[in-house]
Design a protein around this ligand. Structure first.
Ligand SMILES: [Fe+2]
Length: 163
């Protein structure tokens, strides 16, 4: 693997780490306002555990590639700002709106890991390839859940508003 190729993969893995760290924060926020939606809350708790574990796995992968992992926390702050429109500015702070943002975020994650999967296969990085496939399945499960639940969540929200 040429140095420049390795550097690209390291950059993308750092981005993915920042994305997951910021995602974990978004999920915690949504959990905090989802008391009236027990199924959603349970699912989110489960997914928050995934996000934390994914961060650890990405960190391990970076170390395997010989990358410096000391700057990961600072990068997380940066990506938080970058994805801000998805998570707050364009949305009001309600459960349905946060679920829209969460659905968009899951799909962004899926796209990121699909891209990283291509890199892993091009450079014959077997562990990275396996990791991406696992992560894609985990993000897809959450995206599918939100896709299915969104109408019901919104109905439930409106009923509460009328009450
Ligand atoms: Fe996710």
């Amino acid at each position: 693997m040429a140095t420049t190729q390795r550097d690209d993969v390291i950059t993308w893995l750092r981005d993915a780490h920042a994305m997951e760290t910021s995602h974990a924060d978004n999920i915690e926020h949504l959990i905090g306002i989802a008391d009236d939606y027990p199924l959603l809350k349970t699912k989110l708790r489960h997914h928050a555990d995934f996000a934390k574990r994914q961060c650890e796995e990405i960190e391990a992968e970076l170390k395997r590639l010989g990358a410096d992992t000391s700057m990961l926390k600072d990068l997380a702050m940066k990506v938080g700002g970058w994805l801000q429109p998805l998570t707050s500015k364009l949305t009001s702070d309600t459960v349905p709106k946060n679920c829209l943002a969460a659905f968009a975020y899951e799909n962004f994650e899926i796209a990121s890991y699909r891209s990283l999967l291509g890199a892993a296969e091009e450079l014959s990085l077997l562990e990275l390839s396996a990791m991406c496939k696992r992560f894609i399945a985990e993000e897809q499960a959450m995206a599918d859940f939100l896709f299915e639940q969104l109408p019901g969540i919104t109905q439930s929200y409106l009923k509460r508003r009328a009450a």
